[in-house]
Design a protein around this ligand. Structure first.
Ligand code: NAD
Ligand code: LMR
Length: 337
């Protein structure tokens, strides 16, 4: 009885993640860093996505166990685990590669403090993507996203296989948080709420646009500022609560699964609109998160920012020095490497 109920739930969840599945071909998806705090629940959620027919789970340690475990879930994706020697096979033929590989923050650290270790991890994994599945969409989760996305782009440029439509920094967790906090504060049904979040993915570079939130609620300035700050510091809130045991993993896996689902829907011909950090010309920053349309080739259109409140205009101005410096640091890492 209870397993029938669970199966029903799993099927409903799969349908929720993939209403367009029936119309599109099955897709091959790889998770690089699949045995980690994000990687494990994300691998489970991708196994439950009906748009996925093959699921490659790659990590430098621990993948056989995770893959065996996930592979027993009775959904259609054929699941295989790969270790260090299996990266090429894991990637060959992939439509979408999701990268949560790398170290997470501990209390007192900034995301930029992770650059030293994660920059090289992302560069090397993206080099393998450029070799073995150059046409795949790339969803980059590893921090600092403001730098790891430019690193990925520069690496693929170097290899002559760069396509700006294919590389996306995952900022969905900022949107997920902004929606949760906005709905909670205003007594709204969170399922009916939308809040665009633009800029980047670190501190002041995270800019929720509550003036464009729907349904629209006009909030006193002090409440607006508190909600903005809580969204900007959402990651730190979790890092502190975990007290040395890492950063957001479960909400991140959920957010990454939602974003990946939109990417797959787009590939399968049902365009979706999401906020994500991409190559951009809508501000002075060469990479910037904003709403984009995801379609059959990836990012089809980058939407401009629309009308900003004075408070948001100030936030946009304030983030630029940090965002530009993080981008340049990523670009130089590959150019000088
Ligand atoms: P974790 O330490 O639990 O897991 C990371 C995994 O990466 C480990 O299993 C490790 O073995 C693996 N790994 C390390 N080097 C690798 C390599 N070269 N190839 C393949 N796998 C490799 O960390 P986590 O909590 O899962 O976080 C992962 C990353 O995601 C961190 O950089 C974190 O800051 C970032 N993150 C980003 C967001 C976001 O919103 N974009 C949210 C949360 C966390
Ligand atoms: C987050 O926003 O939760 C992630 O970027 C992880 C972190 O270090 O805060």
């Amino acid at each position: 009885q209870s397993s029938a109920a669970l199966l029903k739930w799993a099927q409903a969840a799969s349908r929720g993640f993939a209403a367009a599945a029936a119309s599109g071909p099955g897709r091959k998806v790889a998770v690089l860093g699949a045995a980690g705090g994000i990687g494990q629940p994300l691998s489970m959620l991708m196994k439950m996505n009906a748009q996925v027919s093959q699921l490659s789970l790659y990590d430098i340690a621990g993948t056989p166990g995770v893959a065996a475990d996930v592979s027993h879930i009775n959904t259609k994706a054929q699941t295989k685990g790969y270790d260090k020697d299996g990266l090429a096979e894991a990637l060959r033929g992939c439509d979408l590669v999701i990268i949560p590989a790398g170290v997470p923050r501990k209390p007192g650290m900034t995301r930029d403090d992770l650059f030293k270790i994660n920059a090289g991890i992302v560069r090397d994994l993206v080099e393998a993507v450029g070799k073995h599945c150059p046409g795949a969409l790339l969803n980059i989760i590893s921090n600092p996203v403001n730098s790891t996305v430019p690193i990925a782009a520069e690496q693929l440029k170097r290899m002559g296989v760069y396509d700006k439509r294919k590389i996306m920094g995952v900022t969905t967790l900022d949107v997920v948080r902004a929606k949760t906090f906005y709905a909670e504060k205003n007594g709204l049904d969170v399922a009916s709420v939308d809040v665009p979040v633009v800029g980047g993915h670190a501190g002041v570079t995270i800019l929720p646009l509550f003036s464009q939130a729907t349904p629209k609620v006009s909030m006193p300035q002090d409440v607006l500022e508190a909600l903005t700050k809580r969204t900007q510091d959402g990651g730190t809130e979790v890092v502190q609560a975990k007290a040395g045991k890492g950063s957001a993993t479960l909400s991140m896996a959920y957010a990454a699964a939602l974003f990946a689902d939109s990417c797959l829907r787009g590939l399968n011909g049902t365009p979706a609109v999401e906020c994500t950090y991409v190559e951009s010309t809508i501000t002075d920053a060469p990479y910037f998160a904003s709403k984009v349309k995801l379609s059959t080739e990836g990012v089809d259109k980058v939407f401009d920012l629309g009308t900003l409140s004075d408070y948001e205009k100030e936030g946009l101005k304030a983030m630029m020095p940090e965002l530009l410096a993080s981008i340049e640091k990523g670009v130089q890492f590959v150019k000088s490497g």
